[in-house]
Design a protein around this ligand. Structure first.
Ligand SMILES: [Zn+2]
Length: 202
């Protein structure tokens, strides 16, 4: 539970209790009646592909998972679509200009209250390079992906989905519940009828 002491409407000390008619305890202000709700966060990203089939990977220059590799992804901002967010994050993390395409994966990570939404992306130009968020950016073939140095299981699974779909010539929207209990040794993929993805090497 997020620890909140003061009302963000009037600054009074809040109480943590169940409002009448609700089903969960909330942060409730006894002075002005304001209720502060906390909801899951959405992380948007894309797997940017250059015209030779290589994909753009970024080496994280920030915590958490400093020094590990990811495709561009980050917290969705208010007022944007998932595709707009993925394009923005791609530019912020790699300087690349992408046309964001079809959704590839929706991954629930309930123990950290996050939902990952990953799109495919097409790079409009070969330009990319380091940024404050990425110490290196590199176009990689599937064989060059550093599977043992991937930042998060969500990134790992999304890349597996991407390369598996590409190999068979048909892309789908994959859904995965990455629950703590299911992270090892097997993850349950829902809805596509595919075999479970291979294990993350972390
Ligand atoms: Zn208040």
């Amino acid at each position: 539970m997020t620890e909140v002491l003061f009302c963000n409407a009037c600054g009074s000390r809040v109480e943590h209790r169940m409002p009448e008619g609700d089903h969960l305890p909330r942060h409730l202000c006894p002075s002005c009646g304001h209720i502060q709700y906390f909801n899951p966060r959405v992380i948007v990203g894309c797997i940017p592909e250059w015209e030779d089939g290589r994909v753009l990977m970024c080496k994280r220059n920030i915590e958490p998972r400093f020094g590990l590799w990811t495709f561009p992804a980050g917290f969705m901002e208010l007022g944007e679509t998932t595709a707009q967010g993925a394009a923005r994050e791609t530019h912020e993390e790699s300087g690349a200009d992408v046309e964001v395409g079809q959704m590839l994966a929706v991954i629930n990570v309930p123990h950290v209250s996050q939902v990952y939404i990953v799109h495919r992306g097409r790079m409009r130009s070969p330009h990319h390079g380091p940024t404050p968020e990425s110490s290196q950016t590199r176009l990689m073939t599937e064989a060059e992906i550093p599977w043992d140095q991937i930042s998060f299981p969500t990134v790992h699974h999304s890349l597996r989905f991407y390369f598996a779909d590409r190999a068979r010539g048909r892309f789908e929207v994959h859904t995965l519940d990455l629950t703590r209990q299911l992270r090892q040794p097997s993850n349950r993929e829902v809805g596509t009828g595919d075999p479970p993805p291979r294990q993350p090497a972390e």
